[in-house]
Write a protein that binds this ligand. Structure first.
Ligand code: ASP
Ligand code: MG
Length: 457
């Protein structure tokens, strides 16, 4: 990569620290060290402390049992109080922390009787609002010129609560106006995950959205590097919990990494790389627990483009099969199906068709857990058109690599290794970088380790 002299001088690193990297006082100190070590790190986006968003989501869904609600609130208090107690000057931030905890309690009471997507976003945003107060104070206590900044000033989104869509052009304008001027004198500490619509309502970008936030801010500020600090030292050829033979990946292309993020490698939020690719910002992924171990660099061009690079696994798949004899030699059927799905704002992931049927899987980006569901209203509309079958208990296996749809023998290699398994919904050929299929949840891990052994070891 050629770096112009100006860019070399004006290096700007945006660093994001995930929930485990700010889980407690010790974790926050380790992350703060990483920030301080590199003077080019001027923007720091962080997640809520580990576990906090889950507690907030539970409260936002409405806990009517008062004892259980109190327990959730108590856990939230404990997590933040423990960090507060270890600060040198807790009084500097304690009022702000207690005020936010009070807000959570009243919003939780409201949610118990009348939950709503808007209230959910307002409530869950408190995780990041809390963690940034504490992390900023830790940096200040380490003598950094840190300043806490409310990202809602710049992170403009639409009003789709729970999975709001960011508006990059407005974000850029607002960042140039409100954020960039601070960088001359400060390290800015701000929130991942949360944003604001044009009315000033708090929104969120979907679970795990902090990575995406950081990428959007990197894009908006013309950053030269985006660092994603998490609890694993970068990307692996597969999840090391599935097979100990998984190997770290030092360098990977945007295209391959996007496929990986998209198809289940939990390390990056699927949308993260979109702004980075748009602006060609190299992305580093590393562990805040072991920064010296290095990590993975994701760039436009890399030295090596192996045929098979990695395997990703994603559980909780919902497969929808739509069957209609009217589809036979007809036109407009798929258009109608997708019109209905679009009307219900349903995003489709995989798709495969036969002459009279189409199978697809539903994307999962909102704040809820578990397998995504098709809203009843959508099922009713689709039923007017065709038969609708829904299957769950499936996992998606994605093989990521290069030139895969263009190399003789690669399919034989792959499917030969999977003789013993029942494969559903195979997608192959649309992208040279991936091949994916659904398998029974019960088979998923062994499918991945078998393929890993055959193709990557
Ligand atoms: N705190 C949010 C979550 O747990 C966002 C993030 O960590 O990226 O989903
Ligand atoms: Mg995350």
């Amino acid at each position: 990569m050629s770096i112009t002299p100006a860019a070399a001088i004006n290096q700007l690193i945006v660093a994001k620290f995930g929930g485990t990297s700010v889980a407690d006082y010790a974790a926050m100190c380790r992350s703060a060290d990483i920030v301080i070590t590199n003077p080019h790190t001027k923007i720091v986006l962080i997640s809520a402390c580990s576990g906090v968003t889950n507690l907030l989501v539970a409260l936002a869904n409405g806990i009517s049992d008062i004892t259980s609600r109190q327990q959730h609130l108590q856990q939230l208090t404990n997590i933040h109080q423990q960090i507060l107690d270890q600060l040198q000057h807790p009084n500097t931030v304690s009022d702000a922390i207690y005020a936010l905890l009070d807000d959570i309690a009243s919003a939780a009471t409201q949610a118990a009787t009348k939950p709503s997507p808007q209230l959910t976003d307002q409530l869950v945003s408190h995780g990041e609002l809390l963690s940034t107060h504490l992390f900023n104070q830790i940096l200040v206590e380490m003598n950094a010129a840190a300043i806490r900044f409310d990202i809602r000033t710049v992170m403009r989104t639409d009003a789709q609560f729970g999975k709001a869509i960011p508006q990059p052009e407005i974000i850029r304008q607002l960042a140039q106006q409100h954020l960039i001027p601070l960088l001359a004198t400060h390290v800015v500490v701000s929130q991942g995950f949360i944003g604001s619509d044009s009315q000033g309502n708090t929104t969120t970008l979907g679970r795990g959205g902090s990575d995406y936030s950081a990428a959007l801010i990197a894009e908006a500020t013309d950053a030269t590097t985006l660092e994603i600090w998490t609890d694993v030292p970068g990307m692996y050829t597969t999840d090391p919990r599935i097979t100990t033979a998984a190997k770290p990946i030092k360098e990977i292309s945007f295209s391959e990494a996007s496929e990986m993020a998209n198809f289940g490698a939990k390390i990056l939020h699927p949308s993260t790389l979109v702004p980075a690719v748009r602006q060609q910002i190299p992305v580093f992924v590393g562990s805040s627990k072991a920064p010296q171990q290095g990590g993975t660099w994701i760039r436009k061009t890399v030295d090596q483009a192996p045929l098979f690079r990695a395997l990703a696994l994603r559980g909780n798949q919902t497969m929808v099969t739509l069957t209609s004899l009217n589809m036979f030699h007809a036109y407009g059927f798929l258009a109608e199906v997708f019109r209905i799905l679009a009307e219900h704002k349903i995003s489709v992931d995989l798709i495969t068709t036969s002459e009279v049927s189409v199978s697809l899987t539903l994307d999962q980006t909102d704040t809820g857990g578990g397998a995504p569901t098709l809203p009843l209203a959508a099922v009713e509309q689709l039923n007017q058109l065709c038969r609708v079958d829904i299957e769950q208990g499936l996992s998606l296996v994605a093989l990521i690599g290069n030139r895969m749809s263009n190399s003789k023998g690669s399919a034989k290699h792959i499917f030969g290794a999977l003789d013993a398994y029942n494969l559903r919904l195979i997608c192959y050929g649309a992208s040279p970088h991936n091949l994916c299929f659904l398998v029974d949840e019960a088979d998923a891990k062994s499918v991945v380790s078998t393929l890993h052994q055959q193709l990557l070891e």
